[in-house]
Design a protein around this ligand. Structure first.
Ligand code: ATP
Ligand code: PLP
Ligand code: MG
Ligand code: NA
Ligand code: MG
Length: 297
């Protein structure tokens, strides 16, 4: 771990708007990282709009890019970052990429956002759940599920904060030393629960951050959150709570700016999903003011 790194980021690309690589690459660059994006899809816009068009990369095409890099000895990465993956064959190729990158750099940190669904709804094919659970989680270093994804990966229903902490322990036992449940809704309160197991078999250090819910629906926030957690947890490798405070604080600043910009433009911010004001928030990404503090359990 160091202050910087080289990140291979395999995520969606949209021509317009900010999800996937569009919401992860710029923030990581602002934090000083070299980022090499592979676009797993190229869509006109995110899939929450009434329509979208574009192309989907398949597993073989992903592998071609990896072989191209390997042919020139360009496969040294400190970090692999993955987000939404739409098919089982692509996910299996991502697993091959993890192995390949680790054979070049055994110290590779794999930051995995196991994007499968939200609020009880699955939005990837059902077959992906067992691949994530059985093959991906065991090789991930850092995992950033939401509440529903943590439930799918552990088979454990999260109905309290204590359950969230237990789900993190189950996930550590399966692989990753850092687990951040990025959002968990308990009694109308939005919480982030972080958990860092410094030694295998030891009890993890756990904390929570209470996040005031903004009455609007944003897209690209999960992808931005995981990118910021990668960026800051690498700079504070032994202090996941500071990394999470910084990431959450940047994100809240982005969301508040987004909401106020939409309002001043006269848009009804409660009826549609909002595109985050990422570029306008670069100071809040580079030097966040920590307003939301972590509470250690
Ligand atoms: P994934 O993308 O893996 O499914 P997720 O469901 O946690 O993760 P989001 O729901 O986008 O992703 O939330 C990510 C983060 O964005 C949360 O931790 C929170 O900080 C912030 N966030 C998103 N929506 C809001 C909101 N309406 N009010 C306040 N914070 C929000
Ligand atoms: N990637 C694509 C292609 C999408 O269409 C969307 C949302 O519609 C996302 C990612 C969403 O990302 P997030 O969970 O960060 O809001
Ligand atoms: Mg969510
Ligand atoms: Na998440
Ligand atoms: Mg998401």
């Amino acid at each position: 771990p160091s202050n910087t790194g080289r990140v291979l980021s395999i995520q969606s690309h949209t021509v317009q708007g900010y999800v996937g690589n569009k919401s992860a690459v710029f923030p990581l660059q602002l934090l000083g990282y070299d980022v090499d994006p592979i676009n797993s899809v190229q869509f006109s816009n995110h899939t929450g709009y009434p329509t979208f068009k574009g192309q989907v990369l398949n597993g073989q095409q992903l592998w071609d890019l990896i072989e191209g890099l390997e042919g020139n000895d360009l496969l040294f990465y400190t970090h692999l970052l993955t987000g939404y993956i739409g098919s089982e064959s692509f996910l299996n190729t991502v697993l091959q990429v993890v192995n390949k990158l680790r054979s070049t750099n055994p110290g590779l940190t794999y930051v995995c956002d196991p994007v499968m669904g939200d609020e009880g709804k699955l939005y990837v094919p059902q077959e992906l759940v067992s691949v994530y659970r059985e093959k991906v989680v065991p090789v991930a270093s850092v995992l950033t599920p939401n509440q529903f994804e943590a439930e799918l990966l552990t088979g454990f229903r999260i109905q309290s904060e204590g359950h969230g902490r237990e789900a993190c322990r189950l996930l550590h036992a399966a692989g990753p030393s850092k687990v951040i449940i990025t959002s968990i809704n308990i009694d109308g309160i939005l919480l982030l629960i972080g958990s860092h197991q410094k030694e295998k078999g030891e009890p993890p250090r756990q904390f929570r951050i209470v996040i005031p819910k903004i009455p609007a629906y944003f897209t690209g926030t999960g992808d931005l959150m995981t990118a910021l957690l990668l960026g800051w947890s690498n700079k504070y490798p032994d202090n996941l709570e500071i990394a999470a405070e910084l990431a959450v604080s940047s994100l809240q600043a982005v969301l508040h700016r987004t909401l106020s910009d939409y309002k001043s433009a006269g848009h009804d911010s409660e009826s549609t999903s909002l595109e985050i004001r990422l570029i306008q928030s670069q100071d809040d990404i580079r030097t966040p003011q920590v307003k939301l503090k972590a509470e250690i359990y």
